[in-house]
Design a protein around this ligand. Structure first.
Ligand code: TYM
Length: 334
């Protein structure tokens, strides 16, 4: 609790282009929940280097992502939007938590297995202990709730296990966080292969809608989306392509799944795809416009980066000092 408010933490990696999946599964919910909680939204650059990055590119993408958080509707005066690398407590707590995490637990992480298969030439220790850093991010702020997409659930579970293990030894040190997964939109699928999740790292640009895609591109990508030959707009597992488009339309329009299906009953896929493209563009274009405004305001963004890093550091240090004391590190001489 901070000032009688529960704490929310979440983060996103600045690797690749942010997709509609990231927006609908996470960012959009962050904006909805922002007023209710004391919030920390991090650009998790420490996580990004588990895969080799071009330094200049990473720096640019990290800043763009930070501006995108704001452009999506998070007021940076009320929400603590900051770079993970500006708060050393993340790495310090991650080290301590590493000593309370088992190899066997990390071995079971599906994201690790996927990434290790994809980057077989660089299976580094950071990739393996990635979920521990994520646990540190969350536990550092005594977080109550973590809004994420479905793919992060396993990491939330290990975070809870680590926290419970630590608390069982040292008393009530950490708040046990709960995931927040939206009913619709928590797993947006690829437009080219609806059995696969939409992903920033997909090599086929037609598989994903990027948050910065212009309206024509958005509509063109939806037109090309892989569906089926049943010519029937229905919500079921046998039609994963159409199901995904219904999900997207439903979250972007605010209409229920049932109402969406009714609205397009008997219509052709072409008309439906166009409608999905339009409703998505209506959501994304205003965000893009605000983004370009912030891009011009370097001084404002710099001041946000500085102020919020100080705020995040303040709360991070509170938890870190408590943890260091519990594990037996000597007090600093002041
Ligand atoms: P990342 O950067 O891969 O994704 C950011 C957020 O977007 C969600 N997401 C999706 N939601 C729906 N459909 C999709 N296709 C889709 N793809 C991605 C993710 O679930 C996530 O919420 N490890 C995290 C970042 C992180 C973090 C944290 C998150 C680091 N520390 C602490 C929460 C709390 C990641 O790589 O997310």
């Amino acid at each position: 609790m901070i000032d009688d408010k529960k704490v929310l933490f979440s983060g996103m990696q600045a690797t690749g282009n942010i997709t509609l999946g990231n927006y609908l599964g996470a960012l959009k919910n962050w904006v909805t929940l922002a007023d209710e909680y004391e919030t920390f939204y991090s650009v998790v650059d420490l996580h990004s280097i588990t895969v080799r990055q071009d330094p200049a590119e990473l720096r640019k993408r990290a800043r763009n992502l930070l501006m995108l958080y704001i452009a999506a509707g998070l007021d940076p005066k009320k929400n603590c939007i900051y770079y993970q690398s500006h708060v050393s407590g993340h790495a310090e707590l991650a080290w301590i938590l590493n000593c309370f995490t088992y190899m066997g637990e990390l071995n079971r992480m599906t994201q690790y297995k996927d990434k290790a298969a994809k980057h077989a030439d660089n299976i580094n220790a950071g990739l393996f202990t990635y979920p521990v850093l994520m646990a540190a991010d969350i536990l550092l702020y005594q977080t109550d709730v973590v809004p994420v997409g479905k793919d992060q659930l396993q990491h939330l579970e290990i975070t809870r296990d680590i926290a419970q293990r630590f608390n069982a030894i040292y008393g009530d040190v950490f708040t046990i966080p709960e995931p927040y997964i939206a009913k619709t939109g928590a797993k947006i699928m690829s437009l080219q292969d609806p059995e696969k999740k939409m992903s920033k790292s997909d090599e086929n640009p037609n598989a994903s809608i990027y948050l910065m895609d212009d309206k024509d591109t958005i509509i063109r990508k939806f037109k090309r989306a892989v569906t089926d030959s049943l010519a029937n707009i229905a919500y079921n597992e046998e039609q994963p392509g159409i199901k995904n488009l219904i999900d997207i339309y439903s979250v972007c329009s605010g209409k229920s799944i049932e109402d969406t299906v009714k609205e397009f009953e008997g219509k052709g896929y072409g008309d439906f795809k166009l409608a999905v493209g339009e409703v998505v563009a209506d959501k994304l274009v205003p965000i893009q416009e605000r983004f370009h405004e912030y891009e011009k305001d370097k001084a404002f963004i710099d001041s946000i980066i500085k102020e919020n890093a100080e705020k995040a550091n303040y709360y991070a240090q509170k938890t870190l000092r408590k943890v260091q004391k519990k594990v037996g590190f000597p007090d600093k001489i002041r």
